[in-house]
Design a protein around this ligand. Structure first.
Ligand SMILES: [Zn+2]
Length: 119
């Protein structure tokens, strides 16, 4: 999976829908507290590669720790779809939950471990 392509995706109940463009070359398996509890596997994209198509009104935001990352989840089904944040240099970034991509099979994705517990 090295060619960028456009994926559609959404939450479990379907209220939240999005499109994103990614090569899925770097999917992070992070061991921080929220990724562990939610089972998140994230790919990090520039905001221009992510478009929310539906469900903006049902999204709820969760912030913790330094409160720099806005975790966006569906108020109906509870699925975390993506998160808003910024790189250390301030560049805005969107972290998409790859489990929300339509037709994705996690077993076929190469994961890069990240020691988020140390952050
Ligand atoms: Zn939902």
């Amino acid at each position: 999976m090295t060619e960028p392509r456009t994926y559609t995706g959404g939450c479990h109940c379907g209220l939240v829908r999005f499109e994103c463009t990614s090569d899925l070359a770097t999917v992070t398996a992070c061991n921080c507290s929220i990724c562990t509890k939610k089972g998140l596997h994230l790919t990090f994209l520039p905001p221009s590669s992510f478009t929310l198509r539906a469900g903006g009104d049902v999204l709820r935001e969760y912030r913790f720790h330094k409160k720099v990352i806005g975790h966006q989840f569906c108020a109906e089904c509870g699925t975390e779809v993506y998160a808003n944040g910024a790189m250390p240099d301030g560049t805005p970034i969107v972290a998409v939950n790859v489990s929300c991509l339509d037709g994705i099979d996690l077993a076929e994705i190469k994961m890069r471990p990240h020691n988020g517990r140390a952050d």
